[in-house]
Design a protein around this ligand. Sequence first.
Ligand code: PCA
Length: 329
Amino acid sequence: MTLKSTHLAAMTLSAVTLSLFMASTQAATKWDMPTPYGDSNFHTVNISEFADDVREATDGELDITVHSAGSLIKHPEIKNSVRRGLVPIGELIMSRLANEDPLFEVDSVPYLASNYEEAWTLWQASRDMLSKRLADQRLKLLFAVPWPPQGIYTQFRIETGEELQGVKMRAYNKSSEQLADLFGAVATQVEVPDIPTAFGTGRVDAMITSPSTGANTRAWDYLSHFNHAQLWLPKNMVVVNIKEFESLPEEVQKALEEAATAAEDRGWEASKAETEAQIKVMSDNGIVVYEPTDAFAGRLKTVGEEMEKTWLERAGEDGEALLKQYRGQ
Ligand code: PCA
């Protein structure tokens, strides 16, 4: 072999090695995706299907592993972990970011949007503003899916709302805390995986959440009544680190976005179906499911108006623009 051909052979070899290496790194793009919620929850089922869709559409080039129930990263740290690139993608409840900007909790203002149709209209009206705020932090909002309408779980029947005075109420965002406060209850933030222990140890004796989380956490083990107050439909969102997203080949980016659109549609349908299905599970397990009395509904309405007013004060001009858009004015 001449010197030249040896050189050529070496070059060819390194080209082959390089392309093999690239093929193997592409095939091995593995993403960890933390979520605060457990495996049996419909959101987790939905994002697992999303991961399967992405794997399939990219021939395994992008392989997302879902880590449920805060096992990889706890809820309060998920957003910043994605932002800092510790993980490329993650799921969290949008209203958790209320302290950064009140617009993130527009979906948790009582009775602003308390059924699926209104929730969808509100999502359409708010999506661009929220995406923009996240993009400023180099986060891409892929999709969002609502929880079923929120209600109140107690160990007694609520007649007027007076009964909530002094009750230790489990909350999960600013709105649920505020609502509890306005009824004279004592709010404590507890993440879903910690709910059974919080009841078991007496840290809380009531909670605000959906039929979904009630059934997932076996509410009948420590509670007897579910007031189906349909306060609001808070949304989970899936965000991805923009730098990580942009480092993917274009076809993979496209596959991810397509899977996200499908996951959003599927998630909204699953959420609707979940409401009735989980209410039935609770009734079957002995929970009394009931509607607010007129007296309680009246107080909830007043509290809702008060909360909308204070939300608007915090949210300022953008909040006003958002509400106008939502109401089609
Ligand atoms: N489940 C979550 C958020 C809203 C819901 O229905 C929770 O209770 O924390």
